[in-house]
Write a protein that binds this ligand. Structure first.
Ligand SMILES: NC(=O)c1ccc[n+]([C@@H]2O[C@H](COP(=O)([O-])OP(=O)(O)OC[C@H]3O[C@@H](n4cnc5c(N)ncnc54)[C@H](OP(=O)(O)O)[C@@H]3O)[C@@H](O)[C@H]2O)c1
Length: 255
Protein backbone atom coordinates (compact mmCIF):
# COMPACT_ATOMS: atom_id res chain seq x y z
CA UNK A 1 0.00 0.00 0.00
CA UNK A 2 1.33 3.44 -0.86
CA UNK A 3 2.16 5.87 1.94
CA UNK A 4 0.37 8.78 0.30
CA UNK A 5 -2.70 9.18 -1.89
CA UNK A 6 -1.68 8.50 -5.52
CA UNK A 7 -2.01 11.60 -7.67
CA UNK A 8 -2.53 10.46 -11.24
CA UNK A 9 -4.90 13.11 -12.58
CA UNK A 10 -3.92 16.77 -12.40
CA UNK A 11 -6.89 18.29 -14.23
CA UNK A 12 -8.18 21.21 -12.10
CA UNK A 13 -6.01 20.20 -9.11
CA UNK A 14 -5.17 23.38 -7.22
CA UNK A 15 -1.40 23.29 -6.81
CA UNK A 16 0.75 25.99 -5.20
CA UNK A 17 4.41 25.95 -6.23
CA UNK A 18 6.83 28.05 -4.20
CA UNK A 19 10.11 28.49 -6.07
CA UNK A 20 8.41 28.27 -9.47
CA UNK A 21 10.34 30.95 -11.34
CA UNK A 22 13.43 28.94 -12.25
CA UNK A 23 14.96 25.49 -12.41
CA UNK A 24 13.01 22.44 -11.22
CA UNK A 25 10.05 24.54 -10.07
CA UNK A 26 9.66 26.20 -13.48
CA UNK A 27 9.85 22.83 -15.28
CA UNK A 28 7.30 21.33 -12.90
CA UNK A 29 5.00 24.33 -13.35
CA UNK A 30 5.10 23.85 -17.13
CA UNK A 31 4.39 20.10 -16.87
CA UNK A 32 1.50 20.54 -14.41
CA UNK A 33 0.05 23.39 -16.45
CA UNK A 34 -0.01 21.11 -19.52
CA UNK A 35 -1.67 18.40 -17.43
CA UNK A 36 -4.52 20.79 -16.62
CA UNK A 37 -3.70 21.77 -13.04
CA UNK A 38 -4.77 25.15 -11.69
CA UNK A 39 -1.52 26.67 -10.44
CA UNK A 40 -0.42 29.36 -8.04
CA UNK A 41 3.19 30.37 -8.64
CA UNK A 42 5.44 31.95 -6.02
CA UNK A 43 9.02 33.14 -5.82
CA UNK A 44 10.69 36.50 -5.30
CA UNK A 45 10.82 37.59 -8.94
CA UNK A 46 7.37 38.43 -10.38
CA UNK A 47 8.71 38.68 -13.97
CA UNK A 48 10.05 35.12 -13.84
CA UNK A 49 6.66 33.88 -12.58
CA UNK A 50 4.68 35.87 -15.18
CA UNK A 51 6.85 34.38 -17.92
CA UNK A 52 5.64 30.88 -16.96
CA UNK A 53 2.07 31.63 -15.91
CA UNK A 54 -0.90 30.86 -18.17
CA UNK A 55 -4.01 33.02 -17.97
CA UNK A 56 -5.61 30.87 -15.23
CA UNK A 57 -2.51 30.92 -12.96
CA UNK A 58 -2.42 32.94 -9.76
CA UNK A 59 0.91 34.76 -9.45
CA UNK A 60 1.80 35.35 -5.81
CA UNK A 61 5.32 36.71 -5.47
CA UNK A 62 6.81 36.77 -1.97
CA UNK A 63 10.03 36.08 -0.09
CA UNK A 64 9.83 32.62 1.49
CA UNK A 65 12.19 33.68 4.29
CA UNK A 66 9.46 36.03 5.59
CA UNK A 67 7.04 34.26 7.97
CA UNK A 68 4.37 36.99 7.75
CA UNK A 69 4.51 36.87 3.94
CA UNK A 70 3.80 33.10 4.08
CA UNK A 71 0.70 33.70 6.17
CA UNK A 72 -0.49 36.46 3.88
CA UNK A 73 0.08 34.37 0.73
CA UNK A 74 -1.66 31.31 2.20
CA UNK A 75 -4.66 33.40 3.34
CA UNK A 76 -4.88 35.11 -0.07
CA UNK A 77 -4.83 31.79 -1.91
CA UNK A 78 -7.32 30.01 0.33
CA UNK A 79 -9.72 32.96 0.02
CA UNK A 80 -9.39 32.79 -3.76
CA UNK A 81 -9.47 29.01 -4.21
CA UNK A 82 -11.27 27.69 -1.13
CA UNK A 83 -9.19 24.54 -0.73
CA UNK A 84 -5.56 24.06 -1.74
CA UNK A 85 -4.93 20.52 -3.02
CA UNK A 86 -1.14 20.47 -2.98
CA UNK A 87 1.63 22.78 -1.78
CA UNK A 88 5.11 22.10 -3.20
CA UNK A 89 7.95 24.03 -1.60
CA UNK A 90 10.92 24.11 -3.97
CA UNK A 91 12.57 27.41 -3.00
CA UNK A 92 16.14 26.78 -1.91
CA UNK A 93 19.72 27.89 -2.27
CA UNK A 94 23.16 26.31 -2.29
CA UNK A 95 26.67 27.53 -1.75
CA UNK A 96 29.70 25.26 -1.74
CA UNK A 97 31.43 25.66 1.63
CA UNK A 98 34.31 23.96 3.36
CA UNK A 99 34.58 24.07 7.15
CA UNK A 100 37.14 26.91 7.14
CA UNK A 101 34.95 29.12 4.90
CA UNK A 102 31.86 29.35 7.12
CA UNK A 103 30.61 32.73 8.29
CA UNK A 104 27.53 33.39 10.44
CA UNK A 105 25.95 35.41 7.62
CA UNK A 106 26.13 32.63 5.03
CA UNK A 107 24.96 30.07 7.61
CA UNK A 108 21.94 32.26 8.36
CA UNK A 109 21.16 32.98 4.69
CA UNK A 110 21.14 29.31 3.66
CA UNK A 111 19.33 28.18 6.80
CA UNK A 112 16.65 30.87 6.34
CA UNK A 113 15.66 29.68 2.88
CA UNK A 114 16.35 25.93 3.15
CA UNK A 115 15.05 25.26 6.65
CA UNK A 116 13.24 28.24 8.18
CA UNK A 117 11.10 28.62 5.01
CA UNK A 118 9.76 25.04 5.37
CA UNK A 119 8.96 25.77 9.04
CA UNK A 120 7.15 28.98 8.05
CA UNK A 121 5.30 27.04 5.34
CA UNK A 122 4.11 24.51 7.91
CA UNK A 123 3.10 27.22 10.38
CA UNK A 124 1.11 29.11 7.74
CA UNK A 125 -0.37 26.24 5.70
CA UNK A 126 -0.97 23.24 7.96
CA UNK A 127 -3.86 24.93 9.84
CA UNK A 128 -5.49 25.52 6.43
CA UNK A 129 -4.95 21.86 5.40
CA UNK A 130 -6.36 20.71 8.77
CA UNK A 131 -9.47 22.86 8.26
CA UNK A 132 -9.92 21.39 4.79
CA UNK A 133 -9.26 17.82 6.04
CA UNK A 134 -7.63 17.25 2.64
CA UNK A 135 -4.69 18.20 0.47
CA UNK A 136 -1.03 17.94 1.29
CA UNK A 137 2.42 19.45 1.42
CA UNK A 138 5.63 18.39 -0.36
CA UNK A 139 9.04 19.64 0.77
CA UNK A 140 12.03 19.56 -1.56
CA UNK A 141 15.16 18.40 0.26
CA UNK A 142 18.20 16.75 -1.43
CA UNK A 143 20.21 13.53 -1.30
CA UNK A 144 22.93 15.84 0.02
CA UNK A 145 21.04 15.40 3.31
CA UNK A 146 21.73 11.64 3.40
CA UNK A 147 25.08 12.09 5.16
CA UNK A 148 28.00 14.49 5.58
CA UNK A 149 29.56 15.49 2.23
CA UNK A 150 32.42 17.85 1.42
CA UNK A 151 31.15 21.27 0.25
CA UNK A 152 27.66 20.68 1.68
CA UNK A 153 28.48 22.24 5.04
CA UNK A 154 25.27 24.23 5.61
CA UNK A 155 23.23 22.94 2.66
CA UNK A 156 23.51 19.27 3.66
CA UNK A 157 22.59 19.99 7.26
CA UNK A 158 19.48 21.94 6.25
CA UNK A 159 18.38 19.22 3.80
CA UNK A 160 18.90 16.47 6.40
CA UNK A 161 16.70 18.53 8.72
CA UNK A 162 14.02 18.87 6.02
CA UNK A 163 13.92 15.06 5.68
CA UNK A 164 13.48 14.80 9.44
CA UNK A 165 10.80 17.50 9.41
CA UNK A 166 8.89 15.71 6.63
CA UNK A 167 8.90 12.41 8.56
CA UNK A 168 7.52 14.11 11.67
CA UNK A 169 4.91 15.94 9.61
CA UNK A 170 3.89 12.64 8.04
CA UNK A 171 3.34 11.05 11.45
CA UNK A 172 1.18 14.00 12.55
CA UNK A 173 -0.76 14.65 9.35
CA UNK A 174 -1.28 11.33 7.55
CA UNK A 175 -3.80 10.16 10.20
CA UNK A 176 -5.81 13.30 9.33
CA UNK A 177 -5.89 12.40 5.63
CA UNK A 178 -3.27 15.01 4.70
CA UNK A 179 -0.46 14.00 2.33
CA UNK A 180 3.18 14.69 3.17
CA UNK A 181 5.99 14.13 0.66
CA UNK A 182 9.73 14.71 0.75
CA UNK A 183 11.48 15.10 -2.59
CA UNK A 184 15.17 14.20 -2.71
CA UNK A 185 16.77 15.00 -6.07
CA UNK A 186 20.32 14.11 -7.07
CA UNK A 187 22.14 16.52 -9.40
CA UNK A 188 19.88 18.63 -11.63
CA UNK A 189 21.22 21.13 -14.18
CA UNK A 190 19.92 24.47 -12.85
CA UNK A 191 21.47 27.76 -11.73
CA UNK A 192 21.82 26.17 -8.26
CA UNK A 193 24.44 23.72 -9.58
CA UNK A 194 25.84 26.02 -12.30
CA UNK A 195 28.86 26.90 -10.16
CA UNK A 196 29.91 23.27 -9.58
CA UNK A 197 33.37 22.78 -11.07
CA UNK A 198 33.25 18.96 -11.17
CA UNK A 199 31.50 16.41 -13.38
CA UNK A 200 28.18 15.90 -11.60
CA UNK A 201 27.28 12.19 -11.56
CA UNK A 202 23.93 11.19 -13.08
CA UNK A 203 23.12 14.84 -13.89
CA UNK A 204 19.56 15.29 -15.21
CA UNK A 205 17.61 18.19 -16.70
CA UNK A 206 14.92 20.13 -14.80
CA UNK A 207 12.34 18.56 -17.15
CA UNK A 208 13.52 15.05 -16.22
CA UNK A 209 13.34 16.07 -12.56
CA UNK A 210 9.77 17.32 -13.06
CA UNK A 211 8.81 14.00 -14.70
CA UNK A 212 10.36 12.06 -11.80
CA UNK A 213 8.40 14.15 -9.29
CA UNK A 214 5.13 13.59 -11.16
CA UNK A 215 5.87 9.84 -11.35
CA UNK A 216 6.56 9.80 -7.58
CA UNK A 217 3.21 11.48 -6.88
CA UNK A 218 1.52 8.91 -9.13
CA UNK A 219 3.08 6.04 -7.13
CA UNK A 220 2.05 7.61 -3.82
CA UNK A 221 5.65 7.57 -2.57
CA UNK A 222 6.55 9.39 0.64
CA UNK A 223 10.21 9.84 -0.39
CA UNK A 224 10.41 10.81 -4.07
CA UNK A 225 14.11 10.41 -4.88
CA UNK A 226 15.78 10.44 -8.27
CA UNK A 227 17.57 9.57 -10.44
CA UNK A 228 17.47 6.15 -8.78
CA UNK A 229 20.75 5.07 -10.43
CA UNK A 230 22.41 7.70 -8.21
CA UNK A 231 20.16 8.15 -5.18
CA UNK A 232 19.92 4.38 -4.42
CA UNK A 233 23.72 4.21 -4.09
CA UNK A 234 23.84 7.23 -1.82
CA UNK A 235 21.06 5.87 0.38
CA UNK A 236 22.78 2.48 0.56
CA UNK A 237 26.16 4.05 1.39
CA UNK A 238 24.51 6.06 4.18
CA UNK A 239 23.66 2.75 5.91
CA UNK A 240 27.34 1.76 6.10
CA UNK A 241 29.51 2.35 9.19
CA UNK A 242 30.91 5.89 9.37
CA UNK A 243 34.42 4.61 8.55
CA UNK A 244 33.15 3.37 5.15
CA UNK A 245 31.05 6.48 4.46
CA UNK A 246 33.98 8.84 5.20
CA UNK A 247 36.28 6.72 3.03
CA UNK A 248 33.79 6.73 0.14
CA UNK A 249 33.17 10.49 0.34
CA UNK A 250 36.92 11.27 0.24
CA UNK A 251 37.46 8.78 -2.54
CA UNK A 252 34.55 9.87 -4.74
CA UNK A 253 34.95 13.64 -4.33
CA UNK A 254 38.74 13.78 -4.04
CA UNK A 255 38.23 16.30 -1.19
N1 LIG B 1 19.66 21.45 -8.74
C1 LIG B 1 19.99 20.40 -8.02
O1 LIG B 1 20.92 19.64 -8.37
C2 LIG B 1 19.24 20.08 -6.76
C3 LIG B 1 19.55 18.87 -6.12
C4 LIG B 1 18.88 18.55 -4.94
C5 LIG B 1 17.92 19.41 -4.45
N2 LIG B 1 17.64 20.58 -5.09
C6 LIG B 1 16.64 21.45 -4.49
O2 LIG B 1 15.63 21.71 -5.43
C7 LIG B 1 15.03 22.99 -5.14
C8 LIG B 1 14.97 23.81 -6.42
O3 LIG B 1 16.32 24.06 -6.81
P1 LIG B 1 16.75 24.38 -8.32
O4 LIG B 1 17.90 23.53 -8.62
O5 LIG B 1 15.58 24.41 -9.20
O6 LIG B 1 17.34 25.85 -8.09
P2 LIG B 1 17.02 27.26 -8.79
O7 LIG B 1 16.96 27.09 -10.26
O8 LIG B 1 18.00 28.21 -8.23
O9 LIG B 1 15.57 27.59 -8.26
C9 LIG B 1 15.36 27.96 -6.94
C10 LIG B 1 14.00 28.60 -6.85
O10 LIG B 1 13.80 29.06 -5.52
C11 LIG B 1 13.32 30.41 -5.56
N3 LIG B 1 13.77 31.09 -4.36
C12 LIG B 1 15.03 31.19 -3.88
N4 LIG B 1 15.05 31.92 -2.77
C13 LIG B 1 13.78 32.30 -2.54
C14 LIG B 1 13.15 33.07 -1.53
N5 LIG B 1 13.85 33.63 -0.53
N6 LIG B 1 11.82 33.24 -1.58
C15 LIG B 1 11.09 32.69 -2.59
N7 LIG B 1 11.62 31.95 -3.57
C16 LIG B 1 12.95 31.75 -3.54
C17 LIG B 1 13.92 30.99 -6.82
O11 LIG B 1 13.19 32.06 -7.36
P3 LIG B 1 13.58 33.62 -7.14
O12 LIG B 1 15.09 33.70 -7.20
O13 LIG B 1 12.89 34.33 -8.25
O14 LIG B 1 13.04 33.96 -5.81
C18 LIG B 1 13.86 29.80 -7.78
O15 LIG B 1 12.61 29.73 -8.42
C19 LIG B 1 15.88 23.61 -4.03
O16 LIG B 1 15.24 23.39 -2.80
C20 LIG B 1 17.17 22.81 -4.10
O17 LIG B 1 17.85 22.79 -2.87
C21 LIG B 1 18.28 20.93 -6.24
Amino acid sequence: MSLNPRITHWQDKRVWLIGAGHGIGAALARRLQSAGAALALSGRNPQALEAIASARCVVLPFDATDAAAWQHACDTLSTRWGNIDLIILLAGDYQALRAWELTPDVARRLTDINLMAPFYAVAACVPQLMRQKSGGIALVASVAGAGGMPNALVYGATKAAVNHLAQTLYLDLAPHGIGVWVINPGFVKTRLTAGNDFAMPALISPEQAADEIIAGFARGDFDIHFPKRFTRWIKLAALLPYRCWFYLMHKVTGL
